[in-house]
Design a protein around this ligand. Structure first.
Ligand code: DP6
Length: 328
């Protein structure tokens, strides 16, 4: 009753920003991401007779509190699906998502947990079913089931049966790169979960954001199909700016941007003015991800590292979906 799975993180080019159902994690819009090869989580789930509660170790340390509760709640879903309510698990996770790279690890974390947990308890889920299960741990994680370019279709059904991710193109389709630019910042963190909730409930800009999404999604899919870098970059950057604009309209208003966030955005736009195609995107934090093409890697890395208060730049290629490293 033991399985190990590996899942890579993903970065959204069209953002998921808001839920229509908080328990089932059903989004208000479809989103699209690129899975990255450099950052992943490896998780072993071992269901054992005799355990009286779940136990969770992350990077060799036992985890308690909110992070533990989210993992244990998720295992409860797996127990319910399998009908084995009395079995608790030992979960051992390793994040190859360096905090210094500024990525949230919840996407790779919940995808690896869902894959290892479902296999360990004896379920043989299809990718679609696994994506639906993963979604209930963390929305963006449902995209990490697949490699390459991935769309999370929001679906319409109240029970979430049509809300899952599908692959648009595998990682071998197109070598688009991402530089993760990490900044020194001591800003108080508003989680993506809390930030999107406040925005949905209070921002008058939220309806405009939603209205603009179907066009962004349709056009970026054309850009991916045609390998039109300028097109996908322009759409991704504008989509990120619109998402962040909704937070300024929230009550109370907030922003994830730091002064260095804006310096990086400015440098990326300057690179473009010099003829080097580069575009930025930003999630629920001050760090910036920069999209670029392999031939520009050296100049991109050097330019980003020279920005004051940038602490680290980590480069990544498109990566694969879930893999299983062992089932016993
Ligand atoms: C800004 O997936 O972390 O990164 O579903 O509440 O766990 P929960 O939220 P989460 O939100 C990610 C938001 C985002 C955009 C994106 O990845 O699409």
């Amino acid at each position: 009753m033991k399985a190990t799975a590996k899942a890579h993180t993903n970065i959204a080019l069209i953002k998921y920003w808001g839920k229509r159902d908080e328990d089932l994690i059903l989004p208000t819009n479809s989103s699209l991401s690129l899975t990255l090869d450099g950052f992943y989580t490896t998780t072993t789930v071992d269901f054992q007779e005799g355990l009286t509660r779940d136990v969770f170790h992350l990077n060799k340390e036992e985890v308690f509190g909110e992070a533990y509760n989210r993992v244990s709640h998720f295992l409860e879903l797996i127990r319910n699906i399998s009908g084995k309510q009395d079995l608790y698990a030992k979960v051992t996770s390793h994040n190859e998502v360096p905090t210094a790279a500024g990525f949230a690890s919840s996407a790779s974390g919940f995808a690896a947990l869902a894959a290892a947990g479902s296999r360990a308890i004896g379920l043989d889920l299809s990718d679609e079913e696994l994506s639906k299960l993963t979604r209930q741990g963390s929305g963006s994680a449902c995209r990490s089931i697949y490699g390459g370019f991935v769309e999370w279709k929001m679906g319409e059904n109240p029970d979430g049966s049509d809300s899952y991710a599908v692959q648009i193109a595998p990682s071998a389709h197109w070598d688009v790169r991402i530089a993760a630019v990490n900044l020194s910042s001591n800003m108080k963190k508003i989680s993506s979960r809390a930030g999107m909730k406040r925005t949905v409930e209070t921002s008058p800009f939220y309806d405009g954001w939603l209205e603009s999404l179907p066009k962004d999604l349709a056009q970026i899919k054309e850009g991916i199909r045609d390998k039109d870098f300028e097109k996908i970059g322009e759409i991704a950057e504008a989509n990120c700016l619109k998402m962040h604009a909704t937070t300024l309209g929230a009550n109370p208003p907030f922003t994830y941007w730091h002064d260095t966030t804006m310096s990086v955005m400015y440098v990326v736009q300057e690179l473009r003015a010099k003829g080097i195609p580069a575009y930025f995107t930003i999630d629920a934090g001050p760090n910036v991800k920069v999209l670029y093409l392999p031939e520009d890697e050296a100049v991109i890395e050097k330019t980003l590292r020279e920005i004051p208060n940038v602490t680290n730049v980590t480069l990544s290629k498109p990566g694969p979906g879930i893999s299983y490293l062992g089932v016993e």
